[in-house]
Design a protein around this ligand. Structure first.
Ligand code: PMP
Length: 398
C-alpha cells in the first residue's frame, strides 16, 4: 500500500521553515534526498566522464543512468537515450535535425494542445524551411479530432508532433491510437511530447511506435537542466546534430570529420554530469515505490479538489475527459492573478497565467487560468489548506 507519509519524508523541502503548500507539480516536482545525496557526492569527486582513468566511477554511473531510462520507457537500446537540457532542447534537436530532410511545401502537423516547446519550435522550423504548418484544433473535450488528423495527412506530411498529456488541463491524448492512425495513412515521422506524461503514465516507447519522444527529468523528481530524447534508432540516426564540438566526433582532421555513433553524436561538449548521475539515483529510488498506487493516490486528491471546486457557483473548471492530477479553473469576474496573489500570501503555491500554451488558452477563451497540480507527496491537509485560503481570498475580493 502506498504510504504518503513515508514518501513525503523523502523530500527535504518539507522540513524547510518557509515551505509552502506546494501544488504546482506540473511545473516541476520537488527533489528527493536521493537526488541531493548523489549530486553532492558527484561534486565531491574529481573529473569528468569518458575522458580519463580516474573518472571511471562517474562514467559508470553516468552510463548506468541510460540503462535506467531505457528501463523507464522501454527504449530500443541505451544508444537511443540521448541527454538534452530538457524537453525543449530535445524537441529542438529533432526540429533542427530534420532541416536537411524538410523541403519547401512539406507539411508539419501540430495541434492547439501543444506547449510552446512544440508549438513555437515547429512554427519556427516550418518558416525556416518553407514548410506548411498544419495546426489541428482540439474538440470541446480537449481531445484531438482523429478524423481531422487523418484528413490533414497527405504525401507531403513529414512530421506530426503530438502532445501526450496537457500541462494546461491534464488531458491525455490517446497517443497510441493516434499513432496507429497516422501510420495507416502516412509515412510521416512522429514526435511525442511526454513532458507531463512521464510522471503519470507507464510509457513504452516501442509499443507506442513513436519515432521520437521527449521529456524532462525535473518533472519526475529529477534535476533541472536535464532531459531525454529517445525513440527509434533509425529515426534518431536521421538527425543532423544541433551542436558540434567535443565527444561527438569519431575522427577529425583538416580534410575530414566523421561523427560518433549515437548517442554521443547528438551530445556535443561536456555534459551535465551531475544531473545525469543525480537522475540515475532518482530512477533507482523511484523503483522502490509503487508508481501506480502513488498515481492513484494523487488522482484521488485531485478528484476531491475538483468536486469541491465545482460547488463554487462562479468557478469554471476546464476538466480533462479522464482522471487527471491537473486542475485548471477560473472564477468569473475575478482576475486569476489577483486570486493567485492572495493565495500566495497564504502560502499556497499554484500556477497562474497562460502556462506556455497561449494557443491552448485562446481555444479555452481565457487569457489565463489558475492551475493546481498534485503529486503523491501532497496530502488531504494540503487540499484543506488550499480551500481555507481560497475562501479567505474570495471573501477579500467580494
Ligand atoms: N511540454 C510540456 C507539455 C510541458 O509541460 C513542458 C514544461 N512545462 C515542456 C514541454 C517543456 O519542458 P522544459 O521546460 O522542461 O523543457
Amino acid at each position: 500500500m502506498f504510504n504518503v507519509h513515508q514518501f513525503r519524508q523523502q523530500f527535504p523541502y518539507f522540513n524547510q521553515p518557509d515551505a509552502v503548500i506546494y501544488l504546482d507539480n506540473a511545473a516541476t516536482a520537488l527533489k528527493p534526498q536521493a537526488l541531493i545525496d548523489a549530486t553532492v557526492e558527484f561534486y565531491q569527486s574529481a573529473g569528468s566522464v569518458h575522458r580519463s582513468q580516474y573518472d571511471e566511477k562517474n562514467t559508470a554511473l553516468y552510463e548506468q543512468a541510460r540503462v535506467q531510462v531505457k528501463k523507464l520507457i522501454n527504449a530500443e537500446s541505451e544508444q537511443a537515450v540521448i541527454w538534452t537540457s530538457g524537453t525543449t532542447q530535445a524537441i529542438n534537436t529533432v526540429a533542427n535535425g530534420l532541416i536537411p530532410y524538410l523541403q519547401p511545401d512539406d507539411e508539419i502537423i501540430i495541434s492547439e494542445a501543444d506547449h510552446h516547446a512544440n508549438f513555437v519550435t515547429w512554427h519556427a522550423i516550418a518558416k525556416k524551411c518553407g514548410a506548411k504548418l498544419h495546426i489541428l484544433p482540439i474538440l470541446d473535450n480537449f481531445l484531438i479530432d482523429e478524423q481531422v488528423l487523418v484528413s490533414a495527412l497527405n504525401a507531403r506530411t513529414k512530421l506530426v508532433a503530438l502532445n501526450f498529456v496537457s500541462n494546461v488541463t491534464g488531458t491525455q491524448q490517446p497517443v497510441q491510437q493516434l499513432i496507429e492512425k497516422i501510420r495507416q495513412f502516412s509515412t510521416a515521422l512522429i514526435l511525442v511530447d511526454a513532458a507531463q506524461a512521464i510522471s503519470h503514465l507507464k510509457i513504452d516507447v516501442q509499443k507506442l511506435d513513436a519515432d521520437f519522444i521527449a521529456f524532462s527529468a525535473h518533472k519526475i523528481y529529477g534535476p533541472n537542466g536535464l532531459g531525454v530524447l529517445s525513440g527509434k534508432l533509425s529515426a534518431l540516426e536521421k538527425l543532423q546534430p544541433l551542436q558540434y564540438g567535443g565527444k561527438m566526433v569519431a575522427f577529425a582532421s583538416k580534410q575530414d570529420i566523421r561523427y560518433a555513433e549515437l548517442p554521443y553524436r547528438l551530445e556535443a561538449g561536456t555534459p551535465n554530469i551531475a544531473a545525469v548521475i543525480g537522475f540515475n539515483a532518482v530512477l533507482e529510488w523511484l523503483e522502490k515505490w509503487d508508481f501506480e498506487q502513488a498515481e492513484q493516490y494523487a488522482l484521488h486528491l485531485a478528484k476531491q479538489t475538483e468536486v469541491r471546486l465545482n460547488n463554487y457557483q462562479n468557478c469554471h473548471l476546464f476538466s480533462a475527459p479522464q482522471p487527471s492530477t491537473v486542475i485548471s479553473f477560473v472564477f468569473e469576474n475575478i482576475a486569476c492573478s489577483d486570486l493567485a496573489t492572495l493565495l500566495a500570501e497564504q502560502n499556497i503555491a499554484l500556477r497562474t497565467g497562460a502556462h506556455c500554451a497561449m494557443p491552448y488558452l485562446a481555444r479555452l477563451g481565457v487569457p489565463s487560468t489558475l492551475r493546481l497540480s498534485f503529486a503523491p507527496y501532497n496530502t488531504e491537509q494540503d487540499v484543506q489548506a488550499f480551500f481555507t485560503a481560497l475562501d479567505k481570498a474570495l471573501s477579500l475580493l467580494d
